[in-house]
Structure formats: structure tokens, C-alpha cells
Design a binder for this molecule. Structure first.
Ligand code: G6P
Length: 615
């Protein structure tokens, strides 16, 4: 998704800004740009390129322009195609000021009309360009002081935004504002950094000021002045962020995704051990009291993509283990539905990044209704952590590949642990049973890894080349293996661009069976429960009778199902609620191998972004 980087200070900053963009590159983008007030000419210089950041770096190699005030941006197209013209930074009519923006200015059409009436000439199809012309209108045409201009701007803008402006008329100032989209300032000595994520500058400073919602700031090399949207001065504490959040290297792995698939056992272990370590102080994290937890009657999970699938799987943990009625809502849909205020209810937002706009907006809606919110995220410094009443952190470490792997498995481990923690505090299980659940997680993590080891050669050398020719897949499951099938279908779509659809196995005969023939592989995720297994077996027979090509992930003793399969992967026994977690590694590896034989950009799939900061 779009990333914003800015710098003001004692040093020439082109490399710093480009390095910052490089660190945020994994989020996905389709063009990149840089602007600075050139230290020699004192004029604004702008460079933009479509495609990889390396194209921008290459184009700048032959230019000497550099400055003490600069901006950078990677754009993921929303309004207007991914062209050089539409790439940020955007400039005003006089080309003396430049803007980079994340988010969407929803009223850009009406603002553009007003500005065109004032003779501003627009050059792009973007919503963001209005920001450059608005600042020009106020500071150049109407000669308004820049801070007054900023306030007038934020008063009029609708939508979500994090933007930064530099102007050759104010070489000692960087102007920034945020509403809905994240933005922070890295506090250095005689230099200040700005980023949509602290990762942009954590190699330079770990002192970070997160801009509060609806605020703007004037940043200069030795400090900043922060205001709310009414123009009142704000005083906010800076934080020290964990700099280990600098993206790790790929090591010997060809892709980050592969590295992250292999890291899962360790990540699950680390997450469970971390949760064990905070158990005695858990109420400092949950945002609800022990009494409120004991009275808890229902839970709603909110999330998007893979995180929503973790929520759907965790429904079974909470209902079965803690006796709590649980549902999972897609955050992007939730806010358009009728809100029913519920007593003794907890909303748990699940998000790897903690920055997904849909999830944040859903949580804000919940908070407007005064209901309790808990974040489960992988990023301690995220907006979700700051905005929810409580937070729990998975310990997956940085996840760089767009397709989520270890974030998903650690979310499952965390939620399994939490379900047992709730059950324990509600006195539904004993302390011993709670401890056993932790052992189950350690064992399952080991199985997850062993299964990959067992099949990785076969999948890479035999399976992937064979399945490369198939252009569509169906994934089916029952009970908790259905949301797992949904995650598998998502994984395959994301990285291999093969159409994959998940169905609850029982629904097959209500329509999708019409698609089945020898050209359509159907992947069946089995279930340890004998009754559910029998039903799945019947579904497999229905597919077989239509000559469907069957791939099965099942237990060793599920002989009948295994015998119907063209290809089978045997998963060792684990508690049925954790069976999806045991299958997670091999499922991801299978999808990875299919994408690899097709030669796709696995870590950064086309059109996708790691952190989706627009709704
Ligand atoms: C994007 C990513 C997905 C991810 C989803 C939710 O769509 O491409 O891989 O699952 O966002 O992200 P979150 O950070 O909220 O878990």
C-alpha cells in the first residue's frame, strides 16, 4: 500500500528517504517518487517512475539534486492508473511545492472544481493533487501563513489521509497532517524523520511521536509543533519503539514467504511462551477486568483477509472451550451493517499489521457505541494497539511477504491460548487443562514443521510441476476445516494468480458440483471427528463419481478417503481444533510451490499490498 517518507535536518537526505521507502517496499506499490528542495538551486526538484523503486533510484543516479528537506512516496493506485503522471509527489501550478499523500480525499471532485474556478490547472487523475493546489491557493495566492493554511485545509478535507508538504518558500519547514491514516515523526538530533510507519527510519532513531488522530504539525530540524484540527496546541509523549522491527534478511531462502513458512514453529513457540509470561498480569492487557471476563457472554472477531480466516477458525475455540457464543465479521462489511449493542460482549480485532483501514474503521464504530475492544496484532507500535482498550501481541516477528503465513499461525496459537485462558477464568477448565492446551500448541507447532519437511521435496519436484497446468481449484472442508479451506484458496489466489474457490463440503451438491470434471482439482481438508469425516467421505465420493481430480489432506487412519485421492498428504493426529494449524505449513508450502513453478513475484504479488491502509 502507499508509503510516505519525509526528512528535514542537518544532512542531505535523498539516500535516507530512498532507504526509508526501500524498507516499506514490501507493502506493495506500483510507482515511486522523490522530491527535495535542492540545496544548491533552492528550488523544488521532483522525480517519479512507475514500477519498482529501483527504477526511481536508477533515474536519480544521473542527477545530483539533493537537499535538507525532502519527501518520498510509493503509490498503490486507487484514483487514476499507475502512471508516472499520477505518481506522487504532486506539485502545484508553480512547481514550487510538493505533496505526498496516503489515503483517499473523498471530496476531491468538489474541491477540484473550486480550485479550477480559481485557475488552478490539474495534471493528474488523482484525488491527492488537490492537496498541492489547496496549499498553493492559501499560501501563495492568498498569502496566508502556512499553519493557518494547514488548518483551513484539514477543515475542508473529507476522507482519510496522511500527507506531507514541502515548499521552496518554507525551506525550514515540513508540514504534515493525518486523519484516519497513520503518520509519525522520528525524533533525531538536529534532524527529523517522517513516515507512515516507523520502520521508515528505525535505523536512524527509535524515538517516535505518533501523530494523534485528526492532528497536523509543523516539523523543523530541531522539533515540531503539533495541533488538533481546531488549531489548539497538542502535547503528546514520544515513545521508544523496538528497532528489532527492521526487516530481516532472506538468508538462504529464495523468498521471504518461504523463510516465513519455515519460521512458524519458532514463531508459535515464542508466542505461546510470551503469553505464558504475561498470564499473571493478563488483565493489564485485555482492557477488561477479571469480573467482566467472567461475565463475558459473546465475542465478535473483526478482521480482513487472512486475519479474518484466523477469526473464523477461532470461533470454534471459544465456543467449544469457553462456551462463549462467537462470530467473525469481515471488517469491511461490518461497518455497513446494523449495529446491535450487546451486554457482556467483547470485540476482538485481528490484524497482522494493526494498520488495516477497514479493521480500524470497524473498531472505531464499535467504540462509538461504547463497547469493549481488544486488539490482536503483530505490531506493538500499530494504530490498532493505540486505539483499542486492550491489546495482545503475537510474536511472529516481521512478516515481509504479502501473503501471510507465520502471522496466521501465530494468530491461531494466540487465540487458542486465549480461549483456554477465558475458559480457565470462567472456571470451565482446570489449571491443568489450561497447561495441557499450551503443550498441545507446542506439539502442533512441531508437527506443522515436520509435515513440511516430510513432503517438501515431493511437492516441489513432482506436485507443483504437475498442477501447473490447472487454472482453477476448488477447496473444501467441513466444520473448522472449511475456514481453513478459505485460507488455502486465498493463499493460492494471492501468489499463483490461479482461480481458487472454497466451499463448505456440504454445499458442493447445491451448485459447485456442476463444475467438477477431470480438469478441476478439488482439494479436501479432512477432519479428525468421525462423524464429520464420514460426511466428507461422502462428498469425496460425489466428486469421484464425476471424475474430479482429488487432493486430500487427512489422517493416516482415514484410509477410505485417502484411497479416493489422486494425491494425498498424511497429517499426524492432533486435537481436532488444532488440525488446521497442523496442516497450515504444508498447505502454504503447496501454494508457494505452485506459484514458484509459474515464476511469479511471490513476495510482492501483482495488485496486492501488505498493509491496506485505504478502505
Ligand atoms: C491485505 C494482505 C493480506 C492480509 C490482509 C489483512 O489484504 O494482502 O495478506 O491478510 O491485508 O491484513 P492485516 O495486517 O490486517 O492482518
Amino acid at each position: 500500500m502507499c508509503s510516505v517518507v519525509g526528512y528535514i535536518g542537518k544532512n542531505k537526505s535523498r539516500d535516507t528517504v530512498l532507504d526509508g521507502l526501500t524498507r516499506l517496499e514490501y507493502r506493495g506499490y506500483d510507482s515511486a517518487g522523490f522530491a527535495c528542495i535542492d540545496s544548491e538551486t533552492k528550488h523544488l526538484v521532483v522525480a517519479k517512475k512507475i514500477g519498482q523503486l529501483s527504477n526511481l533510484k536508477q533515474s536519480l543516479k544521473n542527477q545530483s539534486s539533493d537537499g535538507f528537506l525532502s519527501l518520498g512516496h510509493t503509490r498503490w493506485a486507487t484514483h487514476g492508473a499507475a502512471t508516472e503522471q499520477n505518481a506522487h509527489p504532486h506539485v502545484d501550478c508553480t512547481s514550487s511545492l510538493a505533496v505526498v499523500h496516503n489515503g483517499i480525499i473523498e471530496n476531491h471532485t468538489s474541491l477540484k472544481k473550486i480550485l479550477e474556478h480559481e485557475d488552478h490547472a490539474f495534471k493528474t487523475e488523482t484525488d491527492s493533487e488537490v492537496l498541492a493546489h489547496l496549499f498553493e491557493q492559501y499560501t501563495i495566492d492568498e498569502k496566508m501563513p502556512p499553519l493557518q493554511a494547514m488548518q483551513k485545509m484539514v477543515e475542508q478535507l473529507e476522507g482519510a489521509y496522511a500527507f506531507c508538504i514541502i515548499s521552496e518558500h518554507y525551506p525550514d519547514s515540513l508540514f504534515i497532517a493525518r486523519k484516519g491514516s497513520p503518520l509519525c515523526i522520528g525524533l533525531g538530533e538536529g534532524e527529523m524523520f517522517v513516515g507512515s510507519d516507523p520502520l521508515a527510519f528505525t535505523d536512524k532513531t527509535n524515538r517516535v511521536l505518533f501523530l494523534p488522530e485528526k492532528s497536523y504539525a509543523l516539523v523543523h530540524k530541531d522539533g515540531y509543533a503539533l495541533y488538533d484540527f481546531s488549531g489548539n496546541v497538542l502535547s503528546v509523549q514520544s515513545q521508544i519503539v523496538d528497532t528489532s522491527w527492521i526487516a530481516g534478511e532472506k538468508g538462504d531462502h529464495e523468498h521471504y514467504m518461504l523463510k516465513e513458512i519455515y519460521e512458524q514453529k519458532h514463531a508459535i513457540d515464542k508466542t505461546v511462551r510470551f503469553f505464558q509470561s504475561i498470564h499473571t498480569t493478563i488483565f493489564d492487557y485485555l482492557g477488561i477486568t477479571q469480573e467482566e471476563l467472567q461475565n463475558l457472554e459473546s465475542i465478535t472477531f473483526l478482521g480482513c483477509g487472512t486475519s479474518a480466516h484466523a477469526g473464523k477458525l477461532a470461533q470454534f475455540f471459544f465456543e467449544q472451550k469457553a462456551g462463549i457464543q462467537t462470530r467473525c465479521e469481515l471488517a469491511s462489511e461490518f461497518r455497513h451493517k446494523t449495529f446491535f449493542k450487546q451486554k457482556n460482549h467483547l470485540y476482538i480485532a485481528i490484524s497482522q499489521s494493526g494498520e488495516t483501514a477497514d479493521t480500524l474503521e470497524a473498531i472505531r464504530l464499535v467504540q462509538e457505541h461504547g463497547q469493549a475492544t481488544l486488539a490482536l496484532t503483530n505490531v506493538a507500535s500499530s494504530t490498532l494497539v493505540r486505539e483499542c482498550d486492550g491489546f495482545l501481541l503475537t510474536q511472529a516477528g516481521p512478516e515481509i511477504a504479502v501473503a501471510s503465513t507465520k502471522a496466521f499461525s501465530t494468530q491461531l496459537a494466540a487465540l487458542y491460548w486465549l480461549a483456554h485462558c477465558v475458559a480457565y477464568h470462567k472456571k470451565s477448565i482446570s489449571h491443568k487443562q489450561f497447561q495441557e492446551s499450551e503443550t498441545e500448541l507446542f506439539t502442533t507447532a512441531e508437527i506443522l514443521e515436520n509435515v513440511i519437511e516430510q513432503y517438501k521435496h515431493e511437492i516441489m519436484m513432482d506436485c507443483a510441476p504437475f498442477y501447473k497446468k490447472y487454472k482453477e481449484f476448488i477447496f473444501i472442508g467441513r466444520h473448522n476445516s472449511f475456514p481453513f479451506a478459505e485460507e488455502a484458496a486465498l493463499k493460492l489466489k494471492e501468489i499463483s494468480y490461479v482461480f481458487a474457490q472454497a466451499y463448505p463440503a456440504g454445499e458442493l451438491k447445491h451448485g459447485p458440483l456442476a463444475l467438477v470434471d477431470e480438469f478441476l482439482p478439488v482439494v479436501i481438508f479432512s477432519h479428525p471427528d468421525p462423524v464429520i469425516y464420514q460426511k466428507l467421505l461422502s462428498n469425496a465420493q460425489e466428486i469421484k463419481a464425476r471424475k474430479g481430480h482429488i487432493i486430500v489432506f487427512a489422517l493416516e487412519h482415514q484410509k477410505e478417503l485417502l484411497s479416493l485421492a489422486h494425491r494425498a498428504f498424511i497429517i499426524p493426529a492432533v486435537p481436532s481444533l488444532l488440525f488446521p494449524l497442523a496442516m497450515t505449513g504444508i498447505m502454504q508450502f503447496f501454494c508457494y510451490a505452485l506459484a514458484k513453478v509459474s515464476g511469479h513475484a511471490i513476495d510482492k504479488p501483482r495488485n496486492l499490498a501488505k498493509s491496506v491502509t485505504v478502505e
